[in-house]
Design a protein around this ligand. Structure first.
Ligand code: SAM
Ligand code: SF4
Length: 336
């Protein structure tokens, strides 16, 4: 049980950014192989014994909540592959101080798991779908799971989830998918978030010329569907810039990490499935929480590590400068 004092100073870095958002990766395994994240073959997964168990994850989340973390997002790898995930979610939902719990998934197992996840207290889902075109699904994910994802979306919607769609925007590939996906989302009452392709793939395929830029997608949607009007996000520190269709047909968001970096608003920390703490998706260095959790460290000692990690946070990634160095681990190992 938490041993920290109930009122503590916020988790603040040397640039004055208060951190209240933690992303927890629960596995590095995945049932598909998106080319911008994983290699096609010979993926090296972490041995099960090196992955944090539910007690360790819950303990860390309690320590983080006592330090001011209010929002948790569960991710991976593919989090729905983690056995008994609803049980973990119900434990995280019950942590005092946690006000928001969300999960990011590729949706392949959502048809089976949407109801148990809802019953566990989860209400918000981001479902990753780049295209409704079967051939491109296969090209991107190296698997043919479109029907399962669409079934999963239907079941999750029926269960009552608030759903956003995540679509990775890769230039010279998904241009034909931007408008059909937006139309589908409008019909279904989902919000799409188009995410600029970031240099986090396992095969070093990224370069700037492969990024489909938010401004280009904005212009396309505005001309093909309805003009888009910028709306202030209720959470100005959220990564997406939000727009509303002028015809009242809902919202769309852009996570423009490359063309409009949002580091100055960052409030996020991450813990990887193997228990490493990262202050940035692109961080080069990590702090080893797992060794502390398994080595008899007190809550105070772990909290001090979290504070040190945050206070050493850099001002932001340098994707747009010659100084950028891609992190040593790809997306699926970090947790997007
Ligand atoms: N497997 C789940 C999924 O795909 O949603 C959760 C983990 S995945 C790493 C989290 C998010 O990262 C997904 O929405 C995915 O589209 C996004 N993503 C993966 N690789 C990316 C890249 N290189 N650039 C931008 N977004 C990426
Ligand atoms: Fe799996 Fe998500 Fe990475 Fe795609 S983006 S390979 S679904 S972890």
């Amino acid at each position: 049980m938490m041993q920290l004092a109930p009122t503590v100073a916020p988790l603040i870095d040397s640039f004055g950014r208060v951190h209240d958002n933690l992303r927890i990766s629960v596995t590095d395994r995945c049932n598909i192989r998106c080319f911008y994240c994983m290699p096609e073959t010979e993926v090296k997964f972490t041995h099960r014994s090196e992955i944090l168990d539910f007690e360790e994850i819950e303990r860390f989340a309690r320590i983080a909540a006592a330090l001011g973390i209010r929002k948790l997002r569960i991710t991976g790898g593919e989090p729905l592959l983690r056995r008994e995930l609803p049980l973990l979610l119900s434990r995280l939902a019950a942590i005092p101080g946690i006000e928001d719990l969300a999960l990011t998934t590729n949706g392949v197992l959502l048809d089976e798991l949407a109801e148990p996840l809802y019953a566990a207290g989860l209400r918000r889902l981001n479902v990753h779908i780049d295209t409704l075109d079967r051939a491109r699904v296969l090209e991107i994910t190296r698997r043919d799971d479109l029907d399962r994802v669409l079934r999963g979306l239907e079941t999750a919607k029926r269960a009552g989830f608030q759903i956003k769609l995540n679509a990775v925007a890769v230039k010279n590939l998904v241009e034909p998918d931007i408008v059909p996906l937006a139309r589908f989302a409008r019909e279904q009452g989902f919000e799409v978030r188009y995410i600029e392709f970031m240099p986090l793939d396992a095969q070093n395929l990224w370069d700037r010329s492969k990024v489909l830029l938010a401004d280009d997608m904005l212009a396309l949607l505005s001309s093909e569907i309805s003009p888009l009007v910028a709306v202030p996000d209720p959470d100005p520190r959220a990564p997406a810039t939000e727009y509303a269709y002028a015809d009242g047909g809902g919202m769309v968001g852009f996570i423009a990490s490359v063309s409009r970096p949002f580091c100055l608003n960052c409030n996020r920390l991450r813990i990887t499935a193997d228990g490493k703490l990262r202050y940035c998706l692109f961080a080069i260095e990590e702090d080893d929480v797992k060794s502390m959790l398994r080595g008899g460290a007190s809550d105070q000692e772990i909290a001090a590590l979290v504070r040190r990690n945050v206070s050493g946070k850099w001002i932001g990634h340098e994707i747009n400068s010659g100084k950028f160095v891609a992190p040593p681990r790809p997306m699926y190992q970090i947790g997007g």
